[in-house]
Design a protein around this ligand. Structure first.
Ligand SMILES: CC(C)(COP(=O)(O)OP(=O)(O)OC[C@H]1O[C@@H](n2cnc3c(N)ncnc32)[C@H](O)[C@@H]1OP(=O)(O)O)[C@@H](O)C(=O)NCCC(=O)NCCS
Length: 138
């Protein structure tokens, strides 16, 4: 059985988790997570009224069971409670099924693109960019 545990709230970040429970009903493992940040990459200036979803993943053996949709919907409710008007997400441009999934969930391609920068010490085999998608939270 899976459920969303309380979100962990700090001044700037909110992280949600989905836990798998063992037969005794105790949290046994994290199977999904998502972070809400008030500004992109934790470096750039915040955009008024906008939060971004990042660090979003469901463990491979639990994918395609609706958990991604569950935690994403929960995060949108958290953002509304926190007073945000808009949610943005960066999606790799070379992942059409994921882009289509976000479109189905109400996100729209803004036309804005960002380059993915390799972490320090790493080199990209091929350049890849992010599509910036946004959803109004009203
Ligand atoms: C994207 C992700 C969070 C979706 O979680 P999930 O629990 O599988 O999502 P749901 O079960 O609610 O919805 C599944 C739908 O997502 C879409 N989808 C998501 N990732 C996909 C992929 N890599 N290939 C094809 N379809 C994908 C499909 O429409 C799929 O529907 P289907 O299962 O009927 O084929 C999960 O696949 C994941 O962790 N991927 C790796 C990390 C990642 O890409 N994070 C998002 C970064 S923007």
């Amino acid at each position: 059985m899976h459920f969303i545990k309380d979100s962990v709230l700090t001044d700037k970040l909110t992280q949600l988790f989905i836990f798998e429970r063992d037969q005794q009903g105790n949290d046994a493992a994290v199977v999904g997570t998502l972070m809400i940040v008030p500004f992109p990459d934790l470096k750039e200036m915040p955009t008024e009224g906008e939060a971004m979803i990042t660090r979003f993943a469901i463990s491979p053996k639990h994918q395609s069971k609706g958990l991604g949709r569950l935690i994403l919907d929960a995060s949108l409710d958290v953002m509304r409670e926190q007073g945000y008007l808009r949610c943005s997400i960066r999606v790799f441009e070379n992942r059409p099924p994921v882009l289509s999934w976000y479109t189905k969930l109400g996100f729209a391609d803004t036309g804005e693109r960002r380059a993915f920068k390799a972490p320090p010490g790493k080199v990209l085999a091929l350049p890849v960019g992010f599509v910036i998608m946004k959803k109004e939270l009203l």
